[in-house]
Design a binder for this molecule. Structure first.
Ligand SMILES: Cc1cc2nc3c(=O)[nH]c(=O)nc-3n(C[C@H](O)[C@H](O)[C@H](O)COP(=O)(O)O)c2cc1C
Length: 182
């Protein structure tokens, strides 16, 4: 299969984020055709249409990185049953100026991760809702609601257990197939 560039957006900004750890595991386990890179979103000023005639450099750099990728993998927690503000802000920044959205023409998938049993299900579907509107076809199966994440990591605090490793490996194989449809 052809090599593809994947931007990974992590919805948590905290250093010891479970989501970042799972994102790193997804990168480690991905097929070699996928060139995956975490694109940071914590430095993006809050979206404000008033300053979009002279966009902050952080916005233009972020938009360029998304433009230069083939597909997007969202890995996010759920905050108060929906999308964390930092991730929603990144989605909004990429969607503007009107008619120049950098999301158009990308495909993607959404993984949500939580210490809670439902695995961020509400956030997962809210992310889908926003990006489907932005014309990003999202992989439907397999779904990834990774609950009780604190029980899935080994003692090093970084690596997932064997069963989770198999799930994440299969997920990335399905993702590779999915994005090659486009
Ligand atoms: C503001 C806030 C709201 C939260 N709301 C939810 C929630 O609705 N559902 C959930 O499963 N966990 C919720 N949590 C707990 C997070 O899942 C937990 O803090 C998780 O570790 C965050 O992801 P991270 O480890 O990648 O930072 C919330 C945490 C914060 C800080």
């Amino acid at each position: 299969m052809m090599e593809k560039k994947i931007s990974v957006l992590v919805g948590s900004l905290r250093k010891e984020s479970f989501n970042r750890k799972i994102a790193n595991e997804l990168i480690r386990l991905a097929p070699k055709t996928l060139k995956m890179e975490i694109v940071e979103i914590g430095n993006l000023p809050l979206y404000n249409e008033d300053i979009d005639t002279n966009s902050p450099k952080e916005w233009t750099d972020f938009r360029d990185k998304i433009k230069n990728s083939d597909a997007i993998l969202f890995v996010s927690p759920e905050y108060n049953r929906t999308i964390p503000g930092a991730l929603k802000n990144a989605i909004d920044v990429g969607s503007r100026p009107a008619g120049k959205s950098v999301w158009k023409g990308k495909s993607g998938a959404v993984v949500t991760v939580s210490p809670g049993a439902p695995g961020g299900l509400a956030s997962n579907h809210n992310i889908r809702q926003a990006v489907v509107f932005l014309d990003v076809p999202i992989m439907q199966q397999p779904e990834a609601y990774i609950g009780r994440v604190n029980e899935l990591l080994l003692e090093d605090g970084k690596t997932v257990n064997e069963k989770t490793e198999k799930f994440l490996t299969d997920y990335m194989l399905a993702f590779e197939k999915w994005i090659n449809h486009f």
